[in-house]
Ligand binder design. Structure first.
Ligand SMILES: NC(=O)c1ccc[n+]([C@@H]2O[C@H](COP(=O)([O-])OP(=O)(O)OC[C@H]3O[C@@H](n4cnc5c(N)ncnc54)[C@H](OP(=O)(O)O)[C@@H]3O)[C@@H](O)[C@H]2O)c1
Length: 290
């Protein structure tokens, strides 16, 4: 069992840190809004600290799941950052979805201190985090990955190293590109069913068993039909991810026309006040237009 710190107790981080504790690790947590860290410690019996540095002191592994590139820099760098508290030989594992550029920048900054940095973005949604069934796609050197994998196992359905630093984040971009058009397609299908007077639940019961079935269909159709979006993966985060995908595609030369279009649809949802709604709220935009 390891000494582990977890930074960022949001929708994903809170249950992930709980799985580490349940697996028997010694867990110390940090959250910017300290009341959440205290609530976590009260529920799971670990310790709460008020800075990333304090949480990271003495930890063999420091896991993070915060917001965007700047948020990740904020918890890693500076006097109160995690790197300042980590000893040589420690491994920092980043579960945030960020750019490959910031990942490589922090990989280098960590290496200067003798700290390893593994990029390990996740997929599987809120339910995946709560059930400990996440897909984890990793980048970094093999030895550090091999050390971190048994710890990540506490909340993983599958965990794989794809390549050198940044490869995990590049894989997560593939994931988000694949999801963007799919959620729009699902929204259009359910919206069409509503306008045609069909029973949406009956429609999904049958088509989910055929070629149209998907994680999004299975996990989101009920809340979409009920017009409930106060859960899951926030539209603001999806726009952050699609921005990273589109910028990176400019660098690699990939053509992403549907991803670019769906990004604009999410901008409409933000204008409707849906920045914190789940990404399946694309259907709300169709209902508003219809
Ligand atoms: N939700 C999903 O289904 C899902 C799935 C896969 C990947 N992700 C990715 O995982 C990450 C977290 O997502 P989430 O849904 O858990 O987000 P969330 O609920 O908004 O939680 C974000 C967490 O990061 C902390 N944070 C943000 N900025 C910070 C800063 N500058 N300094 C310190 N802490 C900061 C927040 O602290 P406060 O409590 O103080 O706000 C909160 O604990 C994002 O990169 C997201 O894209 C999410």
């Amino acid at each position: 069992m390891a000494k582990v710190a977890f930074l960022g107790l949001g929708v994903m981080g809170f249950p992930m840190a709980g799985h580490l504790r349940a697996a028997g690790h010694e867990v110390t947590v940090y959250n910017r809004t300290s009341s959440k860290a205290e609530a976590w410690a009260a529920e799971h019996g670990g310790a709460a600290r008020t800075t990333p540095r304090e949480a990271a002191e003495g930890a063999e592994f420091v896991m993070a799941c915060v917001g965007n590139d700047d948020d990740l820099r904020a918890v890693c760098l500076g006097e109160d950052g995690a790197f300042a508290g980590m000893g040589a030989g420690g491994v920092f594992v980043d579960h945030t979805t960020v750019s490959a550029a910031v990942t490589r920048e922090l990989f280098e900054a960590a290496a200067e201190r003798g700290v390893a940095f593994v990029d390990a973005p996740i997929s599987g949604g809120q339910a995946g985090a709560e059930n400990g069934q996440l897909s984890i796609m990793c980048g970094g050197d093999q030895e550090s990955y091999d050390r971190a994998e048994p710890v990540m196992d506490a909340y993983a359905k599958i965990c794989r190293r794809i390549g050198a630093s940044g490869a995990g984040q590049m894989t997560k971009m593939c994931n988000q590109i694949a999801i963007a058009g799919l959620v729009q397609g699902l929204s259009e299908a359910l919206h069409f069913a509503e306008t045609a007077g069909l029973d949406g639940r009956a429609v999904v019961e049958v088509i989910s068993q055929g070629a149209a079935g998907s994680w999004q269909m299975q996990n989101r159709y009920e809340t979409m039909l009920d017009d409930r979006f106060d859960h899951g993966f926030a539209v603001d985060w999806m726009r952050k991810d699609l921005g990273i995908c589109l910028q990176t595609a400019d660098e690699t030369g990939a053509s992403l026309p549907v991803t670019a279009l769906v990004d604009q649809f999410y901008k409409d949802v933000q204008r409707m006040g849906g920045g914190r709604w789940d990404t399946s709220s694309l259907i709300k935009r169709l209902r508003a237009a219809g």
